[in-house]
Each structure stands twice: as C-alpha cells, then as structure tokens.
Design a protein around this ligand. Structure first.
Ligand code: 0GY
Length: 293
C-alpha cells in the first residue's frame, strides 16, 4: 500500500440548513499530519493529511460549534494525532481513543486529561486485524468515570455481539447505527434488530450518520432518510449526528459535506428534535459538566 488517498470534498457546498446553536459534529476524524503523527504499520488505508486546521475550517463553514474526534484505524492505538487536534481546539473538541486493552490506569488518566471521553471497539475486518472481545470487556470495566464505549460493526454481526454488548458496564454508542441496510426500509430486519438493541438498555446511543456509506442508491439518499427519520422520531434521546469527515475509504464516492448537513432537517423535522440530536444528547455524553453547571 503506497498511494495516499483523498476521501474528502475539496470545496463542500454551504448547507441550506443552519445547525442549532451549539451543534456538535459527534463523529469525525483527523489524519496526521503524517510528519508528526505517522500512520500505523497495520493501517489498511493511507490517507493524505487531514489535520485539525482543515477540520475546524469545515466545522465553521458548516455552522457547527464543536467536534467529537474519533481515533481512526489508520492511526492504530497511538492517539497523538487525535490528542493534538483536541488540544488545538480551544475546548471545542473532545475525543474517542483506540487503546491497547492492556493500557495502564495512568495511560487512561492521561487520555482523560487530553479530552478523551471513551474508547472505540472496531469489528470491521477490512479495518482491523483482530477484535478480542474478552480483552475489550476487561478494559471497559476500568474506564475513567463518565467514559463510554463506541462500537463499530456491520448489521450482519449485531446478534452475535449482543451478549458482549450486554456485558459492557458503561454507556454504548453505535457507529453509523451498526450499518443497517437502509433499502429494507424503516421496518426492515436491520432496523428492527437495531431497535431491539436500543430497547434492551437505557444507555445506548446511535449515530444517525453516513447516508453516503449506507444508502447504495446514492444522493439524495432517500432510503436513508426514509429508514432513519422514524428512528429519530421514536428515540429522540438516543441519537447523535456527525459528518464522518474526512470520510475514510470513501475516495470513490466522496460526499459533499454541505449535502450531508442538509439531511439533518429531513431526519429531524422539528427544532426540538434537532436540538436533541445536535446539542442535548452529545453534550450529555461529551461535555456533561456544562450541562450540570
Ligand atoms: C468511519 C468509517 C470507516 C473507517 C474508520 O477508523 C476508521 O478507519 O472508522 C470505514 O471505513 O467504514 O466511521 O470513519
């Protein structure tokens, strides 16, 4: 693997929808810059640099106030690039780390001080070599106070992961809703399985993200909107939203971030729903001290 890929739009449109004041982009990443933060030897893709300055310029262009930066698989378990971006954000970013499950208490405390508020378990075989459930469970039991676990999996292994997820003793956030087949519609088997999962405990959140990844019919992502709108309406306290910028591995179908933002009012048609999706729910997970102040 030698070619460094570009998966983000060079000039995203300005969205028509203006996000609620204080809106949080709760799923995005940074790549590098590689000279300071080299990619992992195990990386399954090598992106061009997409560092904090680019991310924050996009945040401002799209009308968001804050970011939650999720450690991307290409950086392995070295969270330095994510921590660097958080440090540069002036308090307007927090993050999700990927850790070696054997990480020490001091290592976890250092991540907390750097603005990390959870860890991610990635079950996508095309992105990681192994996902040891027993070790993941062990580390999930000794996370700092207030942290949660983010899980990335595809719909075909949801049932297989149920007992593992049930045993995680902190809140769970599901990346991209566990990648349901949105073409099945709002009552299709994938969305029903997702609803059963959400119903199974009060502290599961789902990211209603990535129409570009999930809707095979492409823009204007009608299947995504049809499947996800009812989910937001039925679970307004359990949903998050994010751009997924810089859209890892989407180099063959790079989405326009402005169009992604314009999906928000389609899946959350009232101001009250949008405030939950973009402000209240992510603030509770990532900046709870501001909510409690
Ligand atoms: C995403 C999705 C992907 C990649 C990663 O960590 C990653 O590399 O999450 C993907 O390729 O589906 O959320 O960014």
């Amino acid at each position: 693997m030698s070619e460094r890929i570009v998966s983000w739009h060079p000039d995203p449109s300005r969205p028509r929808y203006v996000p609620s004041p204080g809106a949080v982009d709760a799923h995005c990443h940074v790549f590098g810059p590689q000279v300071r933060f080299p990619f992992s030897a195990k990386a399954k893709y090598l992106p061009q640099d997409a560092g904090p300055d680019m991310l924050f310029a996009l945040r401002d262009r799209l009308g968001f106030a804050r970011n939650v930066i999720v450690q991307a698989s290409c950086h392995g378990t070295d969270n330095s690039a994510t921590l660097n971006a958080i440090a540069k954000s002036g308090g307007r970013a927090r993050g999700i780390a990927v850790v070696d499950p054997a990480i020490s208490e001091q290592g976890l405390a250092a991540l907390h001080n750097g603005g990390i508020r959870g860890i991610r378990f990635n079950f996508l075989k095309r992105l990681i070599d192994d996902a040891p459930k027993d070790k993941f469970l062990e580390v999930s039991k000794r996370l700092p106070q207030g942290w949660h676990v983010v899980i990335y999996f595809e719909a075909n292994i949801l049932e297989e992961l149920r007992s593992f997820m049930d045993a995680i003793p902190v809140p769970l956030v599901i990346d991209h809703m566990g990648r349901p087949d949105v073409a099945q519609g709002p009552d299709g088997p994938d969305m029903r399985a997702l609803r059963r999962l959400i119903d199974s405990r009060p502290d599961i959140y789902v990211k209603t993200t990535c129409p570009d990844r999930l809707d095979a019919a492409g823009y204007p992502w009608k299947d995504f909107i049809r499947a996800v709108g009812p989910l937001v309406a039925d679970y307004p306290n359990r949903v998050l939203w994010g751009t997924d910028w810089p859209h890892p591995n989407m180099q063959d179908a790079v989405p326009d971030d402005g169009r992604l933002v314009d999906v928000i009012p389609r899946i959350a048609p009232t101001d009250a729903l949008r405030r939950k999706l973009l402000v209240i729910n992510p603030m509770a997970l990532y900046w709870p001290e501001e909510r409690d102040a």
